[in-house]
Design a protein around this ligand. Structure first.
Ligand code: C5P
Length: 401
């Protein structure tokens, strides 16, 4: 069974990490514990050593520690790195690439999936610096087991208490299970808006943030797929571990996608590609007193072209997934779109809702396929992405048979 590296940092929840180590062992894993100096003020290394039957790594610079190959090898041997509890300090170091002890160096040195279970005082948890660090880590594919609410050791009520050991163990097992389910698969994902230039300073754009496409790409990469993302002009951080191609306009996106579509197991068109583009003026259009009329032409429909290419046998075996942002008759329009564009799956969302879709971190969608519909209710885009990738995985599996 795979080895789990369990990082324990200096929070009051450190004692609960003993329970986590036991839970992982019960699931059949070897556990090697790495403790920060502060963690040792809360729990003794001996407790972990006795339970895991492995020496506990406490100090990078301890004489003899670097002669122990098992320690050095942990970065490559570990199937997963779990940090529980993860203090604000530890998350800050991970987010910013600071490697001043064994655990923070291990985080940089390993290619294994990483799960963190933060635990801290409510105000620390809510601090913008911690929020930002967690966002950075999430964007890199780090799985966060949210802390619970309740009575904190510091006497406060609020969010920040280390998640229950069972929940942490379940998150680790889930991450391991998903880790390889798309190994050997290639996915091309588009994300974000496209900008269509009017003149050298103005453009026509849309409100897509790129979050949905990035979440799908991140989820597929976390499951072991080789992922290429073609992204329009987005401001959010792209996920780590994917190939990134940046484009600006619909025409550029079309060229980037068509050049890479062949040989992909799936192409997921999550981008909000502009439907119309103006004729680009080479000089800045001067401001006049009266109204300005822009003539907009249709952009190439990339998804439709992919559907056509496949129907004509030039994209054999590539699963095609489109998105449909609608403001009414969402499912009916998605069904019609799926048939017309000759694609396998349409992810339909109602962008008239203010709590889901454009610019916000949540979404609510309906997956429309030939064999029926599946509703994924309001949830963070990361969770919606999980549902979408589950479906893609299932459809790919069926194709293979
Ligand atoms: O027809 P509609 O624009 O609603 O279709 C949306 C789907 O088609 C999305 O998956 C989007 O990425 C894709 N699309 C495209 N090329 C366009 C417009 C949309 O590939 N020019």
């Amino acid at each position: 069974m795979p080895t789990i590296a369990l990082g324990v940092t200096g929070g009051i929840g450190a004692y609960k990490a003993v329970e986590v180590a036991r839970g992982l062992q019960k699931a059949g894993h070897e556990v090697v514990v790495v403790m920060t100096e502060a963690a040792r003020h809360f729990v003794g290394p001996l407790t972990f050593e006795a339970i895991t039957r492995h020496p506990v790594i406490t100090d990078q610079f301890e004489p003899g520690a670097n002669a122990d190959i098992a320690h050095i090898q942990l970065a490559t041997d570990a199937a997963l790195l779990l940090v529980a509890p993860a203090t604000a300090n530890c998350l800050g170091k991970m987010a910013n690439g600071i490697a001043d002890d064994f655990l923070s160096s291990l985080y940089l040195a390993t290619r294994a999936p990483v799960v963190v279970a933060p635990a801290m005082n409510t105000y620390m948890w809510e601090h913008v610096a911690v929020r930002r660090n967690l966002e950075l880590l999430r964007a890199r594919g780090v799985h966060v087991v949210e802390p619970g609410e309740g009575f904190l050791a510091c006497g406060w009520m609020g969010k920040g208490r280390l998640a229950e050991p069972d929940a942490i163990v379940a998150a680790v097992l889930d991450t391991l299970r998903r880790g390889a389910s798309l190994a050997g698969r290639r996915l091309l994902v588009t994300a974000g808006p496209t900008f269509e230039d009017i003149d050298p300073v103005r453009y026509v754009g849309n409100r897509s943030s790129g979050r949905m496409g990035f979440a799908v790409a991140e989820e597929a990469a976390a499951r072991g797929a080789e992922v290429t993302v073609v992204a329009g002009p987005v401001s959010v951080e792209p996920p780590a571990g994917v190939g990134l191609v940046r484009v600006r306009s619909a025409v550029e996106m079309r060229d980037a996608v068509m050049a890479r579509a062949k040989g992909q197991d799936a192409v997921v068109m999550a981008a909000a590609v502009a439907d119309y583009m103006p004729e680009r003026a080479t000089e800045k259009i001067p401001k006049e007193a009266g109204p300005l009329t822009l003539v907009l032409r249709r952009t190439p429909d990339i998804l439709e072209e992919l559907g056509r290419e496949r129907a004509e046998g030039r994209l054999p075996g590539t699963l095609l997934v489109g998105f449909a942002a609608e403001t009414s008759e969402v499912v009916a329009r998605a069904r019609e779109k799926r048939r017309r564009k000759q694609v396998d799956l349409i992810v339909a969302n109602d962008v008239s809702r203010s709590d889901a879709g454009f610019e916000v971190d949540a979404n609510a969608v309906v997956l429309v396929a030939e064999d029926g519909e599946q509703e994924l209710g309001l949830a963070p885009k990361r969770e919606i992405a999980r549902g979408i990738v589950d479906r893609i995985e299932c459809m790919l599996g069926r194709r293979k048979e």
